[in-house]
Design a protein around this ligand. Structure first.
Ligand code: SF4
Ligand code: SF4
Length: 321
């Protein structure tokens, strides 16, 4: 059964996916290539450069527009994003990103079809889940894996196009079957590209191809006290009786007991820590993995540089995550 953290995460992911799909429809945010400017919360978000060129606005006005409508929003978004990532890591990826929710959905389906979360996994995952339930691989799930990959790819392609051209035009043309040649080419090419990516390289894109993910990871690595999944290595012998449940559940295919550098792309989904608390449910000392920060995070980050610092006694006390 999903924990309350995973239920919250599912809710935030679903809400953000809906926002991602509907933001252009409600003119919350889109770039209109016909109008050649942004639409932001129903407003035409222009810098007034056209008025300046036409002699209708002065240098002072256009400079103010550039600062208030250009640089300030960018600074606020980038600054806010860097601060959150510096302190909490890739929260955006694990809790909001509409790509990562596709990654997790398809990982779960593929596991049902093949006992692997990715076609590139070398070994099949055990049938037994950390909570004691079983998931047996059944190839009958393959059509669902392929069908859902295709459906997500098509949705992504159409939604992306509505960020560039008026949504009413795109959805209207789709409904009537009257897409222009360029619109049809865009949707077909993007659907094929996303389909291949979703099927074969979804978590690889998150790990190696996403600029938003990369910048969050870099900011996070710059803070040795940032929130991180810590491992109580003082009790590592407890892992001997476990089949690496934490590694098995990680949607990014990371090894959560590793040093921070090797968890560069961790999305703070907390699934590894919950798996550990489930397999160690009978352990009076509780889980070996949990979110830690400040002085408790130093053990994980200091080992990036070959240092071993003492883990303060309170860091892993208690069973809760
Ligand atoms: S950290 Fe927990 S889940 Fe991971 S191998 Fe050790 S006991 Fe198992
Ligand atoms: S290491 Fe843990 S928290 Fe990070 S992505 Fe993997 S399962 Fe999620």
């Amino acid at each position: 059964m999903a924990s309350s953290i995973q239920r919250y995460r599912l809710l935030t992911q679903a809400a953000f996916f809906i926002l991602f799909a509907l933001a252009p429809v409600f003119d919350l945010f889109r770039i209109d290539l016909n109008l050649k400017h942004l639409i932001f919360f129903g407003m035409d978000w222009t810098l007034g450069v056209d008025d300046f060129v036409a002699g209708k606005a002065g240098v002072a006005q256009v400079t103010l527009n550039l600062l208030l409508r250009g640089m300030l929003p960018i600074a606020l978004i980038v600054g806010g994003g860097v601060w959150v990532s510096w302190k909490y890591g890739r929260l955006y990826c694990g809790w909001l990103c509409p790509h990562f929710s596709v990654v997790e959905t398809l990982n779960n389906l593929l596991r049902r079809a093949t006992a692997k979360q990715s076609v590139w996994d070398r070994h099949r995952l055990p049938e037994r889940n950390p909570d004691g339930s079983e998931t047996k691989a059944n190839p009958a799930y393959w059509p669902l894996v392929v069908g859902m990959s295709l459906a997500f790819a098509f949705v992504w392609a159409v939604v992306l196009l509505t960020y560039l051209l008026p949504p009413a035009e795109i959805y209207g043309n789709l409904w009537r079957g009257t897409l222009t040649r360029n619109q049809a080419v865009f949707i077909t090419a993007a659907t094929v590209a996303f389909f291949v990516e979703f099927l074969f390289a979804r978590h690889l894109f998150c790990r190696f191809g996403c600029a938003i993910g990369l910048f969050q990871s870099l900011a996070w690595m710059g803070n040795r006290k940032a929130l991180v999944i810590g491992f109580d290595r003082r009790r590592a012998e407890a892992c001997a009786s476990c089949d690496a449940a934490c590694d098995n559940v990680c949607p990014m295919r990371l090894k959560p007991r590793a040093i921070k550098r090797h968890m560069f792309t961790c999305t703070q989904c907390n699934r590894c820590a919950e798996a550990c608390s489930q397999v160690q449910i009978a352990n009076s000392e509780g889980t070996l993995l949990k979110w830690v920060s400040n002085e408790c995070a130093l053990d994980k980050s200091a080992r990036d540089f070959g240092h071993r610092v003492d883990i303060p006694g309170h860091c892993y006390r208690g069973k809760e995550n």
